[in-house]
Design a protein around this ligand. Structure first.
Ligand code: GAP
Length: 508
């Protein structure tokens, strides 16, 4: 029986597996960890690189209309003034004066508790998958403790940002359960500051970029002037971004140091941007499916017009069913000509382009698909994590944990096993094949332990194929056993058949 990836403990299971098998570690763990920062171990870095390489190949190398870029993390501070980040990139924050804990006001919910229309108190809850249930339980408990007769009215949760000043004193802190210790929301700036140069005065203040996008806008002119681009065209970048998130949460879903894969796709101001936006949403969805995410786990969240940022014409987020609920994975925004016009004004440099087709000169508009590497990796892990039952070497059925990664992004593609490690003839053939495959793919060699245990170790880290060198290989026809991770089925193949099969499965 295969367990679908929806269990309550899925996040815990994934975090445990990531630590146990060397995918992801908490940063600075020997000093007790550092909240919001994660390190990628040997398998994690392979998985991460494979995701980035697949994205780069599909969106940059396999397309004639997109060019790559690698800009610096620290840029001229004026860039962040022009983009609006210095003045506007913040989240509403609330402090609990008693516990000293901090919350994002848009992730903190409250509701009055009313019995037959009479308010008897307030409940609060931090955003979570079952927040309504948590709030209802707290309300029922409040009614019971106060020995109130009558019917509890429906609990209608609202964001703390919507609380009226007279309610601040009445809403309990989620940390202490007591009313009156939460502050009113205030804006908390998300950009990390640093100092550049020998003088640590205000003029030396610079920022770690909170998105890679501005590096693209700042280099747009260089690429237009030196490249072969013509409208419509895109500039793509993969790189680190930093945000001093108030509440980094849910493992690598929201961290303070993360990586983005962003495209700014420049179009004519008179282009049919709605159709192009739709095409980008479909392309991005198909790409997520191509790396192994289930199509049914992906949905679209269209931002309502009255909630759009002032520069945005439309934004649709691709949402994914993460272990902690349905959340944003990929934002696809139509950002108009806002950013280029801002940089034109602040830098004094023209951002116009001459359109060869229409013979017009204009500042292009932009469609921006923006995806987080770490969030993609968490989505991939969530979709791949599976528990089933298979027979062991002695035929006894045992629980098995496996990661059903697509061969395209699996950290290790193939494991090679000599049936016995103390038979030099087997070891020699196995080592030779291992060395040969290693020149093309990331391959693992394992000679120790019972063969079933060796298979299981690879299943748990998502290696899609196992190859066993046995006595038939050396005494009969040279064929090897090829084992499939998901079905455990085995078949004998020649070396040529093996290479052809692996090429098809891994390289596509
Ligand atoms: N340039 C547009 C931009 O940065 P965003 O919605 O703030 O837009 C884009 O971020 C993507 O970056 C998100 O959809 C998510 O995948 C990823 N991302 C944003 N903040 C993150 C964080 N704190 N931790 C991990 N990934 C994050």
């Amino acid at each position: 029986m295969t367990a679908p990836a929806t269990s309550d403990t899925l996040m815990e299971d994934i975090v445990g597996l990531c630590k146990r098998r060397g995918f992801i570690f908490q940063s600075s763990e020997i000093y007790g960890g550092y909240n919001g920062f994660y390190d990628y171990g040997p398998l994690g870095v392979e998985l991460r690189n494979n995701i980035k390489q697949a994205w780069w190949r599909d969106f940059v190398q396999c397309r004639d209309d997109i060019e790559g870029l690698d800009s610096t993390i620290i840029m001229h501070p004026k860039i962040w003034k022009a983009s609006g980040h210095v003045d506007g990139f913040s989240d509403p924050m609330v402090d609990c004066k008693e516990s000293k804990l901090r919350y994002r006001a848009d992730q903190l919910f409250f509701a009055p508790v009313t019995v037959n229309g009479e308010t008897i108190g307030y409940v609060s809850v931090v955003e979570c998958i079952d927040q309504q249930e948590v709030a209802e339980k707290a309300a029922a408990e409040m009614k019971r403790k106060m020995a109130k007769q009558g019917e509890l009215d429906t609990i209608e949760l609202k964001e703390y940002t919507e609380a009226k000043p007279e309610q601040y004193e009445l809403i309990p802190s989620p940390a202490t359960g007591k009313p009156g210790s939460l502050t009113e929301p205030r804006e908390f700036k998300l950009m990390f500051e640093t100092k550049v140069g020998p003088l640590a005065d205000d003029a030396a203040t610079a920022y770690l970029r909170p998105e890679t996008a501005q590096g693209i806008f700042a280099n747009y002119k260089n690429i237009v002037d030196t490249g072969r681009v013509k409208i419509p065209f895109g500039i793509a970048q993969i790189g680190k971004a930093f945000r001093n998130e108030i509440t980094p949460r849910n493992f690598i879903f929201r961290s303070r140091e993360f990586e983005q894969m962003e495209i700014e796709y420049f179009i004519s101001p008179s282009a049919d941007w709605k159709t192009l936006h739709r095409e980008w949403i479909d392309t991005c969805t198909d790409w997520l499916v191509s790396i192994g995410l289930p199509r049914e786990g992906i949905s679209e969240d269209i931002h309502p017009e009255d909630k759009l940022a002032f520069y945005s014409q439309a934004t649709t987020d691709l949402m994914f069913q993460f272990p902690h609920g349905e959340q944003e994975l990929w934002g696809i925004a139509c950002r108009s000509d806002y950013d280029l016009k801002q940089h034109q004004e602040h830098s004094g440099k023209s951002m116009t382009i001459f359109d060869e087709t229409t013979k017009e000169k204009y500042v292009p508009h932009v469609i921006e698909p923006s995806l987080g590497v770490d969030r993609t990796l968490l989505a991939v892990l969530s979709a791949a994590y599976t528990e089933d039952e298979v027979p062991n070497d002695k035929g006894k059925v045992e629980k098995r944990i496996l990661l059903k990664f697509s061969p395209k992004i699996a950290p290790i593609k193939v494991a090679v096993f000599p049936l016995l490690k103390n038979k030099p003839e087997l070891v020699e053939v196995a080592t030779k094949l291992y060395k040969k495959l290693q020149r093309r793919w990331n391959v693992f060699y394992d000679a120790s332990g019972a063969i079933g245990r060796r298979y299981r170790r690879q299943d748990e880290i998502g290696t899609p194929f196992g190859i066993t060198i046995d006595f038939d290989t050396i005494e009969k026809d040279g064929t090897v056993t090829l084992r499939d991770r998901d079905t455990c089925e085995q078949r004998r193949v020649t070396e040529d058949e093996l290479i052809k099969f692996l090429e098809e499965q891994i390289d596509g």
